[in-house]
Design a protein around this ligand. Sequence first.
Ligand code: GDP
Ligand code: IMO
Ligand code: MG
Length: 423
Amino acid sequence: MNLVVVGAQWGDEGKGKLIDILSEGVDITVRYQGGNNAGHTVIVGDEEYIFHLVPSAILRRDKVCVIGNGAVVDPKALLDEIGALKKRGLPMTGQQLKVASNAHVVMPYHRVMDGLRDSKRAQKIGTTGRGIGPCYADKVGRMGVRMADLLNPRALKAKIADNLAEKNDILVNVYRHKRYDFDAVYQEYLGHGQRLRPYICDTALYLNAAIDRGKKILFEGAQGTFLDIDFGTYPFVTSSNATTGGVSSGTGVPPTKIGRVVAAVKAYTTRVGEGPFPTEFKGSMDEAIRRKGLEFGATTGRPRRCGWFDSVLVRYAVIINGATQLAIMKLDVLDDLPQLKIATAYTYQGKTYKDYPHDGEVLSHVKPVYEVLPGWCADTRKVRSFVQLPANARRYIRRLEELLKVRVKYISVGSGRDATIVR
Ligand code: GDP
Ligand code: IMO
Ligand code: MG
């Protein structure tokens, strides 16, 4: 059955590790949205790999990886990533990696505008600065450059000319920034197209034909549900549909061909960048969990904000993603805590919220209602079966299952491949 791995919080749930493991059982892994704002970490033995655009399954040489049309591709970043993986011994051929010809291209002015736009806002988003928002804005605004255009000099010329006519005016007159030189951009992107040519194809046809031949697909989500452009904590979100709704539009594989949805959650919560975070720790806990969980952004290196598990948010994520299973990651990070809290509702101005409110102002001011559970104060890092977990760890997981109304199938107790419990 084809399956999706989707983040059920604010990203960095440990999707990379989970996808690395689950990809063993599939033939093809596909990224359906986002760009090199993502940072997915996979640890194999002593080796650490951080993937930004290339799907996290690429380490399995006999599998195919696809960057779908819903993703946005910074060609320079992709070429750098391909080059770095080649240096580490991976073949990185067009047989192993495919990029959708209708995926949109991140242009240099997108990266610059990302930073300039955020700097002008009173309420900053704290983006990764990779040009993701402006690229998706041009896609929807019908100004975008697509991968196929990089292979067609005439189309590329016309699109860059049109774009620079608009962007240079904005850059110079609104932001007092320097102009882009047409020839420099055109030649650079033509060059990227030549180098990426072996990878570019109609990935929707490829994927559907593969499914017809009985191949199994894993859809790799980037970011997480509360960074989703529609369902997240808008405007403090990314610019794509990270939720499972984005799978079909982002790959061309219809919903009727998707069977299983694994929602990845951390055993607690983190968030990078600005925006509401009801269960955020106050004081020394933040620092302690950040240190224990090594909570620093895999893309920007920024410290991640940390907090308690929020079942109000994750229950919402389970509903809108249609999660059939849950993967609880980083349980080991909670090993030392004598007490654990889970938010089960919010209160604000005398009102109780059992469901995630879309009003950003409400969400910024709510007070979580916590349920307190005893910790286990024991090392779980070597545990490999559910029954061997300390009783209070099992109790924590069972309580999450009750609150979220979905079965926990995977529990991760370390960053390595083997540090995983499958129920
Ligand atoms: P992603 O964006 O969802 O793929 O997650 P990231 O890779 O950005 O962040 C997850 C981090 O947690 C990475 O550094 C992983 O190596 C690490 N990690 C994953 N699972 C576990 C776990 O169960 N325990 C611990 N301690 N670390 C984990
Ligand atoms: P993975 O796939 C965590 C956050 C940024 C910022 C907001 C918008 O590793 O889980 P953007 O550059 O996308 O316009 O930034 O989204 N963000 C992420 N946070 N994990 C990610 O990806 C993220 N990708 C973007 O910090 O708050
Ligand atoms: Mg990440």
